[in-house]
Design a protein around this ligand. Structure first.
Ligand code: GLA
Length: 382
């Protein structure tokens, strides 16, 4: 049974147990890795993500009244509300409530609903559990209400919910990937033109390994929003609508040293995405190695979103002959390091990382050996 099918079954069973009757609609959305292109999406830049075999499933049924009842096998307490609130609650339910409110505001107020969330995406690890939750909820609720929507429009709706209701000013990479990814491929997404292209991933001789620091920083979301503000300020100084338009020659015109470093990260990171996509297209995946390391350095020094634990895992990985490249992944301040390596060396690399990390931090990282999968609504090659 495929990973997504298993989660689908779990959500159906959990729904029946919680509410005593079957779910009306079920949707399953994957988490993601991002090969390179970090903190570029909200700067109208380029990203190169792929969906992975870790999923969130939502089972849902519309009610006759306005009540909203939510259960989860992964997130904390159950939530029951007499109607959709207009303010955030400060817990996991906000992703669900925010998406439901966006759907109501575009298509008219619908009835309340019961929903169960089943998940095997680790939370706070940088694998986009929140994006997957939003997308699964949106697809299930739209299906239950009989509304058809194109994947790009669903991704935008979810992003608006996260920005406006949850208050995290994220880009659209995660939601877009959860919807449109295709197994065996990364998606090169241009967040300015919204054009996307499937790019084949390396064959089975190479593998992607995630090493989770198991560090979760409480301040991550406020620091994330601050980075976005700094990038916007840098673009404004240059008289540009976003840093996508900026070039290395512009940097000296940014007087504030922090803003200048943030801009330099975005400019160089966009260039690395172009090179990485090119290496993959040419079937020369070893060319990704230097790009991954350079991305990590840029995130560490210019964007300042790494932490000691992430740096330690990248350094340990770089010392192994089986490793092609490694970098911190996702928003930062904890979470996972992404490692590209020779498949045959996976056991050795895990052992080396475990040992070195435990020596330094007296705890073990967690490893996820991941495969690429389809998103909820992949485009098929015609
Ligand atoms: C989070 C956000 C994305 C993106 C990454 C950093 O995952 O949800 O939109 O900004 O961080 O690249």
């Amino acid at each position: 049974m495929s990973a997504s099918h298993q989660l689908d079954q779990r959500a159906r069973t959990a729904f029946r147990e919680a509410f005593g009757y079957p779910a009306g609609a079920v949707a399953v959305a994957p988490g993601r890795i991002n090969i390179v292109g970090e903190h570029t999406d909200y700067n109208q830049g380029l990203v190169l993500p792929a969906a992975i075999d870790r999923h969130i499933a939502v089972g849902l049924r519309l009610r006759r009244d306005a009540q909203v009842a939510l259960r989860s096998d992964r997130y904390g307490a159950s939530v029951t509300l007499q109607r959709l609130p207009s303010r955030r609650q400060g817990n996991w339910a906000d992703y669900v409530l925010g998406v439901a409110r966006e759907i109501n505001s575009r298509f008219g107020v619908g009835p309340g609903f019961e929903a169960v969330v089943a998940s095997d995406v680790p939370v706070g690890a940088g694998l986009s559990s929140s994006g997957a939750l939003e997308v699964a909820l949106a697809v299930a609720l739209l299906a239950a209400r009989g509304i058809e929507m194109a994947p790009l429009a669903i991704a935008q709706l979810c992003q608006t919910a996260e920005n406006d209701f949850v208050g995290a000013r994220t880009g659209m990479m995660d939601q877009f990937t959860a919807l449109k990814a295709r197994g065996g491929n990364a998606i090169l997404l241009d967040c300015r033109s919204l054009e996307d292209e499937y790019i084949p991933l390396p064959d089975g001789r190479l593998a992607w390994l995630l090493a989770d620091t198991r560090v979760r920083h409480e301040l991550a979301s406020s620091a994330y929003n601050r980075r976005r503000t700094e990038c916007e300020a840098a673009a404004r100084v240059l008289g540009l609508s976003s840093l996508r338009e900026a070039t290395a020659a512009d940097l000296e015109r940014i007087a504030d040293p922090v803003e200048r470093r943030r801009a330099r990260h975005v400019i160089t990171e966009n260039a690395r995405v172009v090179l990485a996509a090119d290496a993959l297209r040419r079937r020369a995946p070893r060319g990704l190695g230097p790009l991954l390391y350079a991305s990590h350095e840029s995130l560490r020094l210019d964007f300042a979103v790494s932490c000691r634990e992430l740096d330690c895992l990248v350094e340990l990985a770089a010392g192994m002959p089986q490793v092609i490249g490694a970098r911190m992944m996702g928003g930062g301040f904890g979470g996972c390091v992404l490692v590209l390596l020779e498949s045959a060396g996976t056991d050795d690399v895990e052992q080396h990382l475990s040992q070195g990390y435990a020596d330094e931090f007296h705890r073990s990282p967690e490893f996820y050996r991941i495969r690429s999968v389809d998103g909820v609504m992949p485009e098929r090659a015609s």
